[in-house]
Ligand binder design. Structure first.
Ligand SMILES: [Zn+2]
Ligand SMILES: [Zn+2]
Length: 240
């Protein structure tokens, strides 16, 4: 009898109760497949552990986000282990002089690293092809020019950019740290008190496009010609 109860408990679906949240916690982005991304995208990022404050210092993935009360003091070493790995003065020059060096610095933060490596799914690639790089640049600009990005709003800043459930522009914004004004503030030294300038928008748009070109190298500038409608087959293939 006892065995039977235990068995039925094990059959509970993971999404159905709180105690199961650890089961869905993403351990390492390198173990994720494209199918995992599509399966998990409707689950709250917090449940998955895909959050800005996360670090995994043993794997050299840190968190430089300043604590709430000290936010205006700016970033420093990792909040968890104290490792001092980012050359902030170089990072803060908002010019595209050495973007690969900037990408390398971004990748030592857990959340940025995640979005630099999360597998590109057929849904993400399909959407990107539908718009082409030109259309994605317009989309990026549109997202950056929203009121809540132009002007910091503490009520809207947090949680404003979709994560797994978004498109490649959302992913790029998390990777290059222009997902919200707070990330922009500590990674790029754009004070939350300032209105985002046209130059800033252009800079972030360029970073977003560079990210997209790295992640989907064969993406064209022009939108892909429309194909006749067909049933979508969501990622049977393992992500490479
Ligand atoms: Zn650390
Ligand atoms: Zn952010």
């Amino acid at each position: 009898m006892r065995d039977r109860i235990e068995t039925s408990e094990q059959l509970t679906f993971p999404e159905m109760n709180e105690s199961s949240s650890s089961l869905e916690r993403v351990d390492s982005v390198h173990e994720m497949t494209s199918e995992d991304v599509e399966r998990l995208r409707k689950i709250r990022p917090k449940t998955l552990g895909i959050v800005c404050g996360r670090s995994d210092c043993k794997k050299d993935l840190h968190c430089f986000r300043p604590p709430h009360r000290k936010f205006e003091d700016g970033p420093g070493p990792c909040q968890t282990c104290g490792a001092d790995l980012v050359k902030w003065d170089e990072m803060w020059i908002r010019e595209l002089r050495d973007p690969s060096e900037k990408f390398n610095m971004l990748k030592v933060e857990w959340i940025r690293h995640f979005f630099f490596h999360v597998p590109i799914t057929p849904r993400i690639k399909g959407h990107a092809q539908t718009l082409g790089l030109d259309g994605l640049a317009t989309l990026a600009e549109h997202q950056l020019m929203q009121g809540k990005m132009l002007q910091f709003n503490p009520d809207w800043d947090f949680n404003q950019t979709k994560m797994l459930d978004g498109n490649i522009v959302h992913w790029a914004r998390h990777a290059v740290a222009c997902c919200c004004r707070k990330c922009m503030a500590y990674w790029h030294n754009v004070p939350t008190s300032a209105r985002l300038s046209a130059q800033d928008v252009e800079y972030f748009k360029q970073l977003i496009i560079l990210y997209i070109r790295q992640r989907i190298p064969d993406l064209q500038y022009a939108p892909a010609p429309r194909k006749p409608a067909q049933k979508s087959v969501v990622g049977r293939r393992k992500a490479g």
